[in-house]
Design a protein around this ligand. Structure first.
Ligand code: ACO
Ligand code: HSE
Length: 352
């Protein structure tokens, strides 16, 4: 089941709640998409106001999780990935906004994915269905329903999170008042699919070593060529490895300690299938149906999702603005240039 999907034909079934994490802020929602029982791990900051108008949905990228802000801890192996965005006096001040961040469907940080137990009592593993970005959003819609949020004040996301944010605005336009898409395309291109296919092939051959190779390939696409030249040049370390080789080894080893290879493969396939226009008469038609006040931001040094791909989204969404984040760091600048992202969030919420 692909190209659009939402798994079965019947409407999603809303579910109930599961116990929260007594040591942290993480909570779980249990529900069901047609043919796929699911639970979603999510974190929140702030309080939903009486008229339920202050809810902001924050969507993470490929190896991120629900932990947008705060130190690393149980269930969230890395510190908050947009830590500078959430907190007193920041763009998403919990005194004003109710921030919700789910771990994605197919992920491995608390939400149903290949590591989870299937209805037959065994881990899903490689049997986990090929979920699409649209399915991931359908799961998040169930969470929003359960939280009583009929419309988000803002939906924000970068990279794979940006794909989901855009898909939200296309799937349920009346439920997204403002939208920020950072460093994401309207549809994955041949280049994206090619890069990802090499990664998937490596994981297929050997899940653990293969994910290391995949991360090396991916991480290169996340940083810019001038940055690598500037930082590492042709330097060789005492152990004989090029410094840049050692840098990639480091990122591969780090990911192996915190991420499930099958989940990496499921999410990568979902990104390959990303096409906001699928089943909607094409990208232009899908974008023209977005109702949210929209900012689309690209990064001037991003070689993975170059600015022209965000320009395509901004041209297609009625009234959208295109912004460019300046950074030497390439695609990963959506995580690093938090001040620039924060300024866009502030602008968006002011307009909303
Ligand atoms: C939204 C989200 O979805 S993503 C979740 C968070 N994302 C990640 O963790 C992805 C992996 N990490 C990254 O991509 C990046 O580290 C970012 C984007 C988070 C931060 O970028 P930067 O601050 O520029 O970090 P950079 O890429 O330079 O990496 C620094 C690390 O490389 C190590 N390093 C630098 N040079 C070398 C070298 N020659 N050999 C070995 N290691 C090296 C540093 O010691 C440091 O290690 P540490 O992270 O364990 O402390
Ligand atoms: N560093 C990011 C890049 C993907 O957008 C991640 O690991 O999720």
């Amino acid at each position: 089941m692909r190209a659009g999907s939402t798994l079965g034909e019947t409407p999603p079934v809303a579910g109930g709640w599961r116990e929260g994490d007594p040591n942290g802020r993480r909570r779980w929602f249990a529900g069901e998409l047609p043919g796929l029982p699911l639970r979603i791990a999510y974190e929140t900051w702030g309080t939903l106001n009486a008229d339920r108008s202050n809810a902001v949905l924050v969507l993470h990228a490929l190896t991120g999780d629900s932990h947008v802000a705060g130190p690393a801890g149980p269930g969230h192996p890395t510190p908050g990935w947009w830590d500078g965005l959430v907190g007193p006096g920041r763009a998403l001040d919990p005194a004003e906004w109710f921030v919700v961040a789910p771990n994605v469907l197919g992920g491995c940080q608390g939400t149903t994915g290949p590591w989870s137990t299937a209805p037959d009592g065994r881990p899903w593993g490689r049997r986990f269905p090929d979920v699409t970005v649209r399915d991931q959003v359908a799961a998040e819609v169930l969470l929003a329903d359960a939280l009583g949020i009929s419309a988000w004040a803002a939906v924000l996301g970068g990279s794979m999170g940006g794909m989901r944010a855009l898909e939200w605005a296309a799937s349920v336009p009346d439920r997204v008042k403002t939208l920020l898409v950072v460093a994401a395309p309207a549809a994955s291109t041949a280049e994206h699919i090619a890069l990802a296919s090499a990664q998937l092939r490596a994981i297929d051959l050997d899940p653990v070593a293969g994910m290391g190779v995949a991360r090396r390939i991916a991480h290169l696409s996340y940083r810019s060529e001038p940055e690598l030249a500037e930082r590492f040049g042709r330097a060789v370390q005492p152990d004989g490895r090029y410094a840049v080789e050692s840098y990639l080894d480091h990122h591969a080893d780090k990911l192996a300690r915190r991420f499930d290879p099958e989940s990496y493969a499921v999410l990568t396939r979902a990104m390959n299938g990303h096409d906001v226009g699928a089943g909607r008469g094409g990208v232009r038609a899908a974008l023209s149906g977005v109702r949210a006040r929209t900012i689309v931001a690209g990064i001037d040094s991003d070689r993975l999702y170059p600015v022209r791909q965000q320009a395509e989204i901004a041209e297609g969404v009625p009234g959208a603005d295109l912004r460019v984040i300046t950074s030497p760091h390439g695609h990963d600048a959506f995580l690093i240039e938090v001040d620039q992202v924060g300024a866009l969030v502030t602008e968006l919420l002011k307009d909303g």
